[in-house]
Design a protein around this ligand. Structure first.
Ligand SMILES: [Zn+2]
Length: 413
């Protein structure tokens, strides 16, 4: 036994218990001779926070680019073109590394990052984030998604780069099918992603209909092709803002298809509250996908940080408690069971879409663990609880004791 964590309160568990760790995994109770011991004192523990949708390659570039004056997605993308030409692998790795470490301090032990693949930056974003992944291999697991943000058909050379990116270490095939010139090109964009995914036996994770335009149809296309290719349970759709703009009949049709295709959904409320509805007169659309309607149909829904100080979004600390709080507001999730669901969106829901088989506290699971200065999920979100101890692969990596000394007390009667 290497480490014993005493008196932990497992989320959704009864009372407190002890956790036993050996060789980086949770194990059955046994001899604790010579093992390090930590006392969680009844505080809430989660099996490491998960960040299923972030862009490490673009993170922290907002200090070195012109401002996004319109605040729209289109302007955010245009500004990056210039900056991307000046990218170097080392500089991307340095920025990505800083973000990985701040995520870790917030208790995030596994990340899925998209990296841009296009004829402007080539494979440098992939190489930079891969370098940061290697540098942090012992403390954070990073999955990389090859993300053709500029489109595949309208950005010459991107299809070949996508194949190359998968050869050179990307794990998941990305997409942005709405960013093509014609609907038939969007459908072809999705087909190409499936060809690549099938060749590499890889999952798919696309940016889908990140627009207020209610005529966007690529979520339906993705669901239909997922069923056609038999890729159920292996496809994730992020953003899906247009779904909130559809009329009820069409929205219900698409949600039924998503369920049939077992597509995992990710909402990115921080970025989309900031970007969407910018060109609207009042009332402005909020750009948040139909989270509660999807959940009501039993569809797996998670949330992600998406952007950290880039041209899309000026904030972001990769803190699932912060994004969770924003998600609860954005999706109108206020009841106790809804707040529990929000908490689960960065836990089991994210684990399911990232297809983690070693997540949780069962013997054999990776010993990733965060001790929160809270007793329950609602308290953790409300107080944005301190991540007292962060453990990765059975090793204590970060301690964050937050001290508050009061030098005043209420007057007695
Ligand atoms: Zn994104």
């Amino acid at each position: 036994m290497d480490l014993v964590v005493r008196n932990v309160r497992l989320w959704r568990g009864e009372g407190v218990c002890d956790l036993y760790i050996a060789n980086g995994t949770f194990v059955e109770p046994g001899s604790v001779d010579g093992a390090e011991e930590i006392d969680a004192s009844g505080r809430l523990c989660v099996a490491g926070f998960l960040e299923p949708h972030i862009h490490l390659d673009k993170a922290l570039i907002n200090e070195s680019v012109r401002l996004n004056v319109s605040g729209t997605l289109d302007e955010a993308i245009e500004i990056i073109w210039e900056r991307k030409r000046a990218y170097t692998v080392d500089e991307i790795a340095e920025r990505a590394g800083r973000v990985i470490r701040s995520a870790l301090a917030n208790g995030v032990t596994r990340i899925r990052s998209h990296v841009d693949i296009d004829n402007i930056g080539g494979l440098r974003p992939l190489k930079g984030v891969s370098m940061a992944r290697r540098q942090h291999a012992n403390v954070v697991d990073v999955q990389i998604v090859a993300f053709p943000q500029e489109g595949i058909l309208q950005n010459e050379g991107t299809e070949a780069l996508m194949w190359q990116a998968m050869e050179e270490g990307a794990d998941v095939v990305g997409g942005m099918p709405f960013n093509e010139k014609h609907p038939q090109d969007s459908a072809r964009h999705i087909s190409i992603a499936f060809e690549i995914a099938k060749h590499f036996d890889a999952d798919i994770d696309m940016h889908v209909d990140e627009t207020d335009d209610a005529s966007a149809r690529t979520l339906e296309m993705l669901a239909e092709q997922t069923i056609e290719h038999g890729w159920q349970g292996r496809v994730t759709a992020g953003h899906t803002c247009a779904l909130s703009g559809y009329d009820e009949n069409y929205a219900n049709h698409v949600i039924a298809l998503i369920r049939e295709a077992s597509i995992h959904m990710i909402t990115n409320p921080a970025t989309n509250l900031m970007l969407q509805g910018r060109l609207d007169a009042q009332p402005k659309r909020r750009g948040i996908t139909r989270v509660k309607e999807l959940l009501a149909e039993g569809i797996n829904v998670s949330f992600g940080q998406d952007c950290v100080k880039d041209t899309f979004y000026p904030f972001g600390r990769v803190d699932p408690l912060e994004v969770g709080l924003i998600a609860a507001h954005a999706a109108h999730m206020s009841l106790p069971n809804e707040i529990e669901t929000v908490f689960d969106m960065q836990a089991n829901a994210a684990a399911k879409l990232m297809r983690l088989t070693d997540y949780g506290f069962q013997p054999g699971c990776k010993a990733d663990l965060v001790i929160l200065d809270a007793a329950n999920a609602s308290g953790a979100l409300t107080r944005q609880a301190a991540r007292s101890v962060v453990i990765k692969n059975g090793r204590v990596i970060v301690e964050n004791e937050k001290k508050q000394d009061w030098r005043w007390s209420p007057e007695g009667e």
